[in-house]
Structure formats: structure tokens, C-alpha cells
Design a protein around this ligand. Sequence first.
Ligand code: FE2
Ligand code: FE2
Length: 360
Amino acid sequence: MTRSAATAAETEFHERMHAAHMYGLWELASQMTRHPEPQAIPYMWKAAVLEAMVREAGEAVPVGEERRALQLFNPGLDGKWATTNTMIAAVQILLPGEVARAHRHTPTAIRFIMEGTGAYTAVDGERVYMAPGDLILTPSWAWHDHGNETDKLVVWMDGLDIPLVQALNAMFFQFYSERQVPLTKPTNASVHLHGHASLTPTWVKERPQSSPLLLYSWDKTYQSLGTLRDAAGDEWDDLALEYTHPQTGRALLPTMACWVQMIRPGKRLKAHRHTGSAVYYAVQGSGETIIDGRRFVWERGDIITLPSWALHEHANRSTHDAAILFSIQDRPVLESLGLYREEAYSDNGGYQTVTATFKA
Ligand SMILES: [Fe+2]
Ligand SMILES: [Fe+2]
């Protein structure tokens, strides 16, 4: 057989194979990459833009059937409803007097309060009141509505595992029959029951997968960070604290972990990478995060997305003031599937060479 005849026969075979919905592994070998090559890119949404857009949304769009939440789409993901491959972050505003109607869904949600005191989220009949820096949970399939009875607007960051739930084809959504779910528990009931560090009520036999504590207050978080001010910390994350499930001590949600980390004044942390993605929110101070050689200079209110396996290192730009980052991470998923992997960067003393600076 001549070479050209072989090629023609091969081509013809491939065409018939593809028409039968089959592909040869020899055609797909390049997809078995040596390491993760995410389609999501590192990106940053600046506070000024987020704030202006969300306020404009407050005037331009009524809070109708859906929440008034601006979803942060990763520019690398071709218009997919996703900030990373597994998580979506959004910024949501609720004006004085508004109620976002009750619904439930299989995606799990967290809220990190950015601005405004005294509005609430009601979760399965319990109202949880918000203050800036508070972390509030809405576990999978829990009924929830939001209300603002104050005279000032509230803004928060939402974090949900929607792209993951979509990929698993496990999306369920329902509206409640009324605008709000009737209250069946006292305000902050979960805090009264489960909000005692290292002291767990023994009579509660239920061990839900998601933390039964719905509110992690900024007061307590900030106090803990302050108490640890002189602790050793971590070379890559400095004083990083994970919010935990009060009964198990593990990640507070099956699909997402939440961290808060203080980067002390003048600290330049080392670079590392790991599987799993993250979204950071700058709570306080100013700093920079170098991701795959690109410098992201951040200040209070900015939101940054970090894809899986990207090299990253954080630094505080101030020599006087602490910088604080809050983050959501899909690490519990990677860990429970045995896919979590971490690697310290060893070249150049552990610091990347900066080749570009991010501009929105
Ligand atoms: Fe929701
Ligand atoms: Fe990291």
C-alpha cells in the first residue's frame, strides 16, 4: 500500500468513526496534560467598579423574582456562569424596605457582608442579622429570604458552588409559596446553640454536612486575628484561619471552605500553587498578589479570582497596617476526592519574577 493510500484510508476511517460518535484516544492525548491547565484566568474586579455598578443596579433594576446580584463572570470562561470552574461570586444589594423572596436550591451559598448593618437573611425559619465582615451560610436546599428593614442599603458578596452543581447535573430550584418563610426559631438561634468555640451541645445528635452555625460574626473573627497577631503564621498565607464546622472541626461546607487571613504589616509571603480555585475579597488594608508572574495590586473591596494550580504569592504593601483577605475555596471537594495537591515554589528563594501588572 502506498503512503497516500494509507492516509486516505485512515482519513476515511476517522470520518466514519466520528460519525458513529467515537474518537480514538490517540486523537485526545493532548488533553491528558502534565498538570492542570484551567480555562479560567486570574482576574480582579476593582472596588470602585463593583460599588458603582451595584449602586446603579439598585436604581435601575427592581428586586423582582430574582436577587439583585451582579455575577462576576471569569473572562476566560466564555460567558459561563462562573467565576472559577467550580464557584460563582456575586455582589448583591438590598435597598431599605426590600425583601428578596424565599427560595431554595441545591447550590450552597455563603454571604460575606461588605456594607450595611441590620438587614437579615432568614434560613429555614431563623433570622440572622448582618454586620460588615460577618459570614452567613445558606446550606444546600435550605429555604432562605433576605430583608432590609433599616434605612440604609446593604451590600454583600455571595459565593456559591453553582458551576460545580451544574457540572454534576444536580441543580434543583424552588420558590416558596409565600414571599417569606414563617419564622419558627428565635433570631440567631444557631449562634446561641453552636456558636461556642470548642463547646458543642451534646444533646444535638444531628450532624449535618454543612455547618449548623449560620453566622460567623466579624467581631469574633477580628478578635481571633488580633489575639494571634504575634503567632508564627504560615510562610505562604501568614495568619490564615479557616472557618470550621463546629461539630466536626472540618470545612464548614461540603463543597466550599472559607478562610480569613491577616497579612501582617510589611510581610511578603512566598509563592505556592495547589489544585482547587479560590475567590478573594480584600476586607481591609492594601496589598498585592502575584499570580503566574502578574501583579494584582489590591485594596479594600477588590475581588480577585485564582484558578487552580496558578502560582500565587501575597504581600502587604503597608508597613504599618494589617491587610485582611477573606476567601472562598473549593478545597473540600478536591480533598474529599483525593485530588488535592500542593507545591511550594522553590526557584528564586520562593518568589516569582514579576513580568506584568494587571489592569482591568
Ligand atoms: Fe438563593
Ligand atoms: Fe494558596
